[in-house]
Design a protein around this ligand. Structure first.
Ligand SMILES: Cc1cc2nc3c(=O)[nH]c(=O)nc-3n(C[C@H](O)[C@H](O)[C@H](O)COP(=O)(O)O)c2cc1C
Length: 136
């Protein structure tokens, strides 16, 4: 069984999460929804604000254990820094949770900066990435 969780202030991570529902056979939900049963792969996504992922994401990560999550695939978007993924990876690995080496990040608009992103091409590339993680 798989699960998808995201935190999304402007709908970018939500858009990404919903794009993979059919591929991974799971319903996208926000990090406010705790996992209710053990999962094989958790797909977790977020943006970054003033250099940090939102506290709701770190709170969600703090609720996870290696017993209820076999492995995590991370994704995200941002406008300035390279990726929000390393912050989430660090918090998960500190809890002993296995994180897939591969992750996906695309540009996420911030006002006029990277306007329109994630766009259709970003979403297509993301879907292809997710396909590749399910074929391992
Ligand atoms: C108030 C604000 C602060 C932001 N701070 C950063 C930042 O520090 N670094 C960065 O790379 N992107 C920053 N961004 C861009 C967001 O990370 C980007 O819009 C992301 O796609 C949001 O994803 P979400 O809609 O899923 O929350 C900021 C955006 C806003 C509106």
């Amino acid at each position: 069984m798989n699960a998808i969780r995201y935190y999304s202030k402007f709908g970018h991570s939500k858009q990404m999460a919903e794009a993979i529902e059919n591929i991974v056979d799971a319903k996208a939900a926000t990090v406010a929804e705790p996992l209710t049963e053990p999962v094989d792969t958790l797909y977790l996504g977020a943006g970054v604000f003033l250099g940090k992922v939102n506290g709701a994401v770190t709170d969600f990560i703090a609720s996870l254990t290696p017993d209820n999550v076999k492995c995590v695939v991370l994704f995200g978007s941002c406008a300035i820094i390279e990726s929000p993924v390393p912050q989430m990876r660090k918090a998960l690995e500190a809890r002993g949770i296995k994180v897939c080496d591969k992750s996906f990040t695309c540009k996420g608009s911030m006002g006029p900066l990277h306007s329109g992103h994630p766009d259709a091409q970003d979403i297509d590339a993301f879907k292809q990435f997710i396909q590749s993680t399910t074929q391992q």
